[in-house]
Design a protein around this ligand. Structure first.
Ligand code: ZN
Ligand code: ZN
Length: 258
C-alpha cells in the first residue's frame, strides 16, 4: 500500500492511500490535486473519508464524488455533503481490502471523527484531521477541553507504530511551542532538528507516529509534572496541576497567544 500526502491550499495535506489500482482519500478540501494524482498514477477512487465539516476538508467532496462515483463517509453528527454515509464511534468501513475503524474525537468540532486503518501487514494508519497534529492539537472551536482530552487520550492509546496522518503541516510552529513548555525534553529537541531539515528540503514532516507523539507532544503529556508546571505558570487563573483537563485548557490558551 502506498501513502501520499497531496499538498493543498497553503498548509493542508489530502492523504491518499492506494494499492496501484484503487485509492481512497481523506479530507479532500480541493478536488484538483486528487484528480491530478488519480490521473497521473492511473488510479480509480474507491472511497472518500471525511473527518469534520470545515471547508478545507470537504470542499472537493462533491466534485470528486460526481467525477468518480466514489463512496463518501463522514461524521454522523455534522452537516455533510449530500450522499454521505454517516459514521460514528465503532463503525467499520472496508476499503482497499482493509478495515478502517471510526473513532469519535470531539473537541476541534463537536462531531469530529478519526479513521484508524489496520492492514494485515505493516504499521496502522490514523487519519485524525484537525484533532491531533504532530507536536500539537487542533483549536477548540466547538468542543470543550474535557472532550479534547478524552479524544487525545483515545488516540494516544493506539499502538506506538501507528502512522499519524494529520491534515495540516503545522509541525515546526507546534514544536517551537512544545520547546517553550518542555525546554529539557531531549527527544523533542532531536525531533525539532529532524523536522527543520525536512522542511528546509520542502518535504512533509508527516506522517508522525503515536509512540513519538507521546514523548514530544505537550497535549498528550498533560499528566507529566514539567508540562503541568509550565501550564500552571502561564495560566490566567490558578490551576491544580493534577487536573489534566485544566492543564490542557491552559496549554491551549497559551498556544493560542504564542
Ligand atoms: Zn478544522
Ligand atoms: Zn483544517
Amino acid at each position: 500500500m502506498n501513502l501520499l500526502p497531496l499538498p493543498a491550499f497553503s498548509d493542508n495535506y489530502i492523504w491518499m492511500l492506494h494499492n496501484a489500482h484503487q485509492a481512497i482519500v481523506i479530507d479532500p478540501g480541493d478536488a484538483h490535486p486528487v484528480l491530478q494524482a488519480l490521473d497521473r498514477l492511473g488510479l480509480q477512487l474507491q472511497a472518500i473519508l471525511v473527518t469534520h465539516h470545515h471547508a478545507d476538508h470537504v470542499g472537493g467532496v462533491e466534485a470528486l464524488h460526481l467525477a468518480t462515483g466514489a463512496s463518501v463517509y463522514g461524521p454522523a453528527r455534522e452537516a455533510m455533503p449530500h450522499g454521505t454515509t454517516p459514521v460514528q464511534q465503532g463503525d467499520q468501513i472496508q476499503a482497499l481490502g482493509t478495515p478502517f475503524t471510526v473513532l469519535d474525537v470531539p473537541g476541534h468540532t463537536v462531531g469530529h471523527v478519526a479513521y484508524y486503518g489496520a492492514p494485515a501487514q505493516g504499521a496502522p494508519w490514523l487519519f485524525c484531521g484537525d484533532t491531533l497534529f504532530s507536536g500539537g492539537c487542533g483549536r477548540l472551536f466547538e468542543g470543550t477541553p474535557a472532550q479534547m482530552l478524552a479524544s487525545l487520550d483515545a488516540l494516544a492509546a493506539l499502538p506506538d507504530d501507528t502512522q499519524v496522518c494529520c491534515a495540516h503541516e503545522y509541525t515546526l510552529s507546534n514544536l517551537k511551542f512544545a520547546r517553550a513548555v518542555e525546554p529539557d525534553n531531549t527527544a523533542l529537541l532531536h525531533y525539532q532538528g529532524v523536522c527543520e531539515a525536512l522542511r528546509a528540503k520542502q518535504q512533509p514532516t508527516l506522517p508522525s507516529h503515536i509512540g513519538l507523539e507521546r514523548n514530544i507532544n505537550p497535549f498528550l503529556r498533560t499528566r507529566v509534572a514539567q508540562v503541568a508546571a509550565a501550564a500552571q505558570a502561564h495560566a490566567n487563573t490558578p490551576l491544580n496541576p493534577q487536573d489534566a483537563v485544566a492543564v490542557l485548557a491552559a496549554l491551549r490558551e497559551w498556544k493560542n497567544q504564542f
